[in-house]
Every structure is written in C-alpha cells, then in structure tokens.
Design a protein around this ligand. Structure first.
Ligand SMILES: [Zn+2]
Length: 435
C-alpha cells in the first residue's frame, strides 16, 4: 500500500527517542520517509491530526492454541495447571477448534495494537494456526510445541516431533510475503529428551531459526530440572549448545546470579510475562536487574488460561508496576517498558534492522493511538500516557507490512460475532471430548 499519513505525533523509538510532529510516507511495505510537511507523490492520504503513531507493538510470548481455554483452568500452580488442564485440552483440539482458538487470539492481539507475535503452537494441526496468521495479516513466528519425554501421555516420539516440525518449516517459513517465520518450540526442559534437543539444535542451525521455550518459571519445575539433568535451566541450554541470541526463554523467574550472568554473556532473550507469573503464583522475575545488566527483555501475555487476556496494555502496565516494591520506584520506567514492546521485541525476533522503530527503510508496521480520551489526559510524558494510562480502547488503526489490519478499532480479517459464536460451540464440544 502507498499512503501518506499526515500531521501525526510520531513516537519514533529511534536511537535518540525522537518524538516528532509530522508525516509518514509508506511505499509498498516499507517506511519511505518521515518528517514535517512531506510532499504527496500522488498517493492516498490520511489526516491524523490529534492522533499518535507508534511502532507496531511486539508480543514475544503467546499461545494462540490456548485462547479457547480461557477461564477454564484457574487457581492452580504451573505443573498441575499443565497436566490437569492444558495438555489434555491441547491434545483434544480438532482443526476446527484450533482454528477458532487462533482467530479469537489474533482478533484480540491485533485489536490491542500488536503487529508481531512469537507464538508457541499446538502439538497437532499446526497448519491451521499458520493459515490464520497469514489470513489475519499479522507478522508472526510460531512452531508446533515439542514434547517427547516425561511421565505424561501427551508426548510423541522423537522422530515424529522432528519430522513433523521439519515439514512445517518447509511449508510455512517465509510464507505470507515473508511475514511468517518458523520458531522451534520445545515446551521446556522437562518435556524433551536428549535426542530431541540434539535434533532441535540441528534444525536451528540448518534453517537459521529461533528457539522458543519456557525456563525457570516455577520453583518445582526448577527443582525437577536440577534433579533430572543436574543443571539449572539456563545452564542446561548452554551445555546443549543452544545458548545464543536466537534463544528466547519465557519467564526466567527463578534464575541464580550465575544464570543472570549467562543470560547476559550469551545474549539470550528473556520473555517477561507478568500476568501469567502472578496468576500461576510463580513469582517475580528480577526484570530491573536484567535490564541493568543489559539483558534483552521483551513482553508477552502468555496464554489466555494463565492471564486471562491477551491484551498487551494490561501486561505493559503490570510490568511497569509489579517490580517497584522490590527494586524501587525508579528501577523500571514507562520508557523501559515501551522499549520492551518495541525495539527489545524486535531484537528478540532478530529483526531489529526491520522493526521496532519508525525510521526510513524499516517495515511499515504501525499502530495509531487516540491519546485524547478521558482516561489518558493530561500528560507531559507520552510514555507515561501509553504505559500507565492507555488501554486497548485507545488503539484506532493498525498497519502491518504496509496493509491495514485494524481500521477504526476493528480487525478487518474477522467477523467478531461469528468468532464468538464458534468459540462457545467449539469450547463446549472440546470439553465433551475430554470428559
Ligand atoms: Zn507460555
């Protein structure tokens, strides 16, 4: 799409964190230029006087396959929550139930101004999730969750896990005009065998892929990892040769001093999920210490059954608040949190040359906010407005890859009423299948 956005307040997130009043010219899927009074080269024009344009927000840990389980698995700790509810429900997905789960999640995520996600997928029927990511217009990384180990009936063989993963990589990596990326998704250390980790390492190198996993979320999990492997989580990834800037670890709540050093040294990405950490009673990740050390921290909502929303504004607000009592009021600022959902998120995805800020040459992933609403005025700091005050209702338009995906607050790919109806029906059928 070629379009000139006129007269906006532009929060660039460039190296100088410039905020400018002016215009943005989009040509095809890239930002061509920005600045005051840009001449119109004969393209469509939209006047955004009074509106704010920010880089499209980036969510680096979600589970689209779990959106259908919202409000179905509450008030449990991680390992019981997984084994009693999440694994049985993921296994019970049909193509139809998984499709509406992804649609419901994508609708909510796009509506909240998010343009890129890192998703951990389901064990089966994953073509459906990739199809919906393409259809929705979002930019996204996903991969089928891999589990071949442990005392649980939901695992597959190592060979099945690796072969089905490789065939998905071949079908989907680079799809949707390059918007879709495959990310390897071993669930966590406890669910994967030695042979599977070796196979994952091989695939990661052969296809140059992100590895997306969970680590050190819960104290019992940390103790079991130590018992099973002799190592802490982060050390485990190092010993297996998996530690690099392509490794993305959700949570990292219970990490030792040594592990913090490893996260910094190996430039491993931490995916912070404050709602999930609170709801599952897991604990408080030492995020201000990580930021102080220069560890790259980005933000995610995790799954709907451990949040129970996928609204990045809720997680921005929580991330900015929950660490202050322990580390001090100045330990994490609104700017720090806004960085997590923009440039840090882009770094996590390995796309910081293309995403995370509004600069000429970058991909045209943009979110338009109305910050002139009752609950967000007045202010003398726009980052405070966005992180502490704003909500999803302040998101007006969203552009991904130069295309409108949300217009006037409504995601364009889906009919809301149809999705809601199908979600109720598919949820009730799924519950019958596992009862
Ligand atoms: Zn998760």
């Amino acid at each position: 799409m070629n379009i000139l956005l006129k007269n906006a307040t532009i929060v660039t997130q460039n190296a100088d964190r410039d905020i400018i009043e002016g215009d943005i010219l989009i040509q095809e899927n890239r930002i061509q230029s920005l600045g005051p009074n840009l001449p119109n080269p004969g393209v469509e024009e939209l006047d955004l006087t009074g509106f704010t344009v920010i880089p499209g927000l980036i969510q680096t840990h979600v589970h689209l396959c779990q959106t259908l389980f919202r409000n179905l698995a509450d008030d449990l700790e991680l390992l019981d929550w997984l084994s009693r509810h999440i694994w049985p429900m993921e296994m019970a997905h049909t193509e139809a139930s998984l499709r509406v789960s992804a649609q419901l999640g994508l609708f909510e995520i796009l509506r909240s101004g998010v343009t890129s996600i890192l998703d951990m997928g389901n064990g089966r029927h994953m073509d459906v999730v990739f199809e919906e990511m393409v259809r929705s217009g979002i930019r996204g990384f996903s991969g089928k969750v891999m589990m071949d180990y442990g005392d649980q009936p939901y695992k597959e063989t190592t060979r099945e896990a690796l072969e089905s993963t490789e065939s998905l990589i071949k079908r989907w990596h680079g799809a949707g005009n390059g918007r879709i990326h495959y990310a390897l998704a071993p669930r966590f250390v406890l669910s994967c065998s030695e042979a599977l980790w070796e196979g994952i390492n091989d695939l990661a190198h052969r296809y140059t892929l992100l590895i997306h996993s969970h680590a050190s979320e819960n104290r019992k999990e940390v103790a079991l990892v130590k018992q099973q492997t002799g190592w802490d989580n982060v050390e485990f990834f190092i010993r297996k040769g998996l530690a690099s800037p392509k490794l993305c670890l959700a949570h990292c709540v219970w990490v030792s001093e040594q592990e913090l050093e490893y996260l910094r040294e190996y430039r491993i990405n931490v995916l912070h999920c404050p709602s999930a950490n609170l709801k599952l009673g897991s604990g408080f990740a030492p995020i201000p210490r990580m930021l102080h050390k220069g560890i790259n921290v980005s933000l995610g909502s995790d799954g709907a059954p451990c949040n129970n929303n996928l609204d990045i504004f809720i997680d921005m607000r929580l991330a900015s608040l929950i660490h202050k009592p322990r580390f001090g009021v100045t330990s994490i600022t609104a700017q720090d949190v806004f960085d997590m959902v923009t440039i840090n998120g882009a770094r996590t995805l390995g796309l910081s040359d293309h995403l995370g800020s509004i600069e000429p040459g970058k991909l045209a992933d943009l979110t338009v906010l109305d910050l002139n609403k009752v609950q967000v005025v007045p202010a003398d700091n726009i980052y405070s407005q966005i992180v502490y005050s704003a909500q999803t209702q302040n998101v007006v338009h969203v552009i991904v890859d130069g295309n409108w995906v949300v217009k006037d607050g409504l995601p364009l790919a889906y009919n809301k009423d149809e999705i809601v109806d199908r979600a109720w029906n598919e949820c009730s059928a799924l519950l019958k299948r596992i009862s």
